[in-house]
Design a protein around this ligand. Structure first.
Ligand SMILES: Cc1cc2nc3c(=O)[nH]c(=O)nc-3n(C[C@H](O)[C@H](O)[C@H](O)COP(=O)(O)OP(=O)(O)OC[C@H]3O[C@@H](n4cnc5c(N)ncnc54)[C@H](O)[C@@H]3O)c2cc1C
Length: 321
């Protein structure tokens, strides 16, 4: 395989893959008509070492977190864009049973060094070591970069029938589908919806302290400039949407009771996930060197994406050698 790698989709997955290829000196073209329906336009990009209702160490954290952060730092330096913010999360438990679970885990040292006795409060615990990537800024900067260098095609990729034939042009110009919820290409991926409330926070009570996420199942994240995002991604059926949105608003009212705030917009998106929450990344069956997929990044796309993109570079180098 020697030709240009075509990347369909320039959300988080396609952007990281394109950068990994650029950095490795491989030729690529990235296709995306725009990001209207992209999850990466509304995703919070939070990466926390301790997640979920069971307060578990995030799957993949030990193997992936340091490398992923270094990858984003490298993009910041190479592209001249600010993407990363270090965060502390003040997570409130919903009831006494959850509080007992957390205290027990801390007592056994299971959440150290991220949650320790020093971070315990009456109704909450502090999670240290979290960080965030500004996903909208990442995809906008990638778009601007590859528009300038001529590697961006501002259209959907629609291979014609001849390409789809075995032995067709895919062999010289493989396609990696990074198309999120729009086109999944593999069985076993299902959509989970999420909404982000864009908030203006401030007034006499002052801004939210920077670098601190408030979390009670819904996260409230200061994004600077008197703004905050609040959200969660757990809509499985369209019919749940309005009820979930009201639950989001109720949580914001509770968590921002000490602030003046107002809602500016509701942003929505669908992220693809798999039953075991492990993303799908590899050549399609019987299509090695021709067609592959990077999808199903789920709620941990920011943590998993860089390693998976680097894995694609190795896969392509192996084929070329
Ligand atoms: C509300 C919400 C909150 C979230 N919070 C977090 C979080 O805190 N932390 C975290 O890690 N993750 C979070 N996520 C998940 C994260 O946003 C996703 O895992 C990630 O953005 C998925 O990226 P993607 O590139 O796979 O898909 P997308 O971002 O959806 O990108 C797919 C792209 O493909 C393009 N496309 C489709 N078809 C074609 C075609 N034929 N040709 C060319 N282009 C095409 C689309 O235009 C789109 O831009 C959240 C998601 C939501 C919805």
């Amino acid at each position: 395989m020697s030709g240009v790698v075509r990347i369909a989709g320039q959300g988080l997955a396609g952007t990281l893959l394109a950068w990994a290829l650029e950095r490795a000196g491989r030729e690529f073209e990235v296709y995306d008509p725009g990001h209207e329906a992209s999850a990466s336009r509304v995703g919070a990009g939070l990466v926390s070492p301790v997640t979920g209702e069971r307060w578990a160490v995030a799957p993949g954290w030990a193997e992936r977190a340091a490398g992923a952060k270094a990858f984003y730092r490298e993009i910041e330096a190479a592209w001249g864009v600010a993407l990363l913010t270090d965060l502390r999360v003040r997570r409130v438990w919903r009831d006494e049973a959850e509080g007992r679970l957390v205290r027990a885990k801390i007592g056994r040292g299971e959440l150290a060094p991220w949650v320790t006795p020093a971070g315990l409060e009456a109704d909450a615990a502090w999670i240290e070591g979290a960080w965030r990537v500004d996903l909208p800024a990442l995809i906008a900067a990638g778009r601007a970069r590859w528009r300038q260098t001529g590697f961006l095609r501002e259209a959907a990729l629609r291979p014609d029938a001849a390409e789809m034939e075995v032995g067709g042009a895919f062999g010289n110009r493989p396609v990696i589908w990074c198309t999120g919820a729009a086109e999944t290409r593999v069985p076993g991926l299902r959509p989970v919806g999420g909404e982000t409330l864009e908030l203006a926070v401030g007034g006499a009570a002052g801004d939210l302290p920077p670098g601190v996420v408030r979390h009670d199942g819904v996260w409230v994240l200061p994004v600077g400039g008197g703004g905050a995002w609040a959200g969660a991604s757990f809509i499985r059926e369209e019919s749940e949407r309005l009820e979930r949105r009201e639950a989001l608003r109720a949580s914001v009212r509770r968590q921002l009771a000490d602030c003046e705030w107002r809602e500016r917009a509701v942003l929505g998106g669908w992220r693809m996930t798999t039953a075991d929450r492990v993303p799908v990344s590899g050549w399609l069956a019987g299509q090695e060197g021709r067609e592959g997929v990077l999808n199903g990044l789920g709620s941990k796309g920011t943590l998993w994406g860089p390693g998976l993109a680097e894995g694609w570079v190795s896969r392509i180098k192996r084929l070329a050698s």
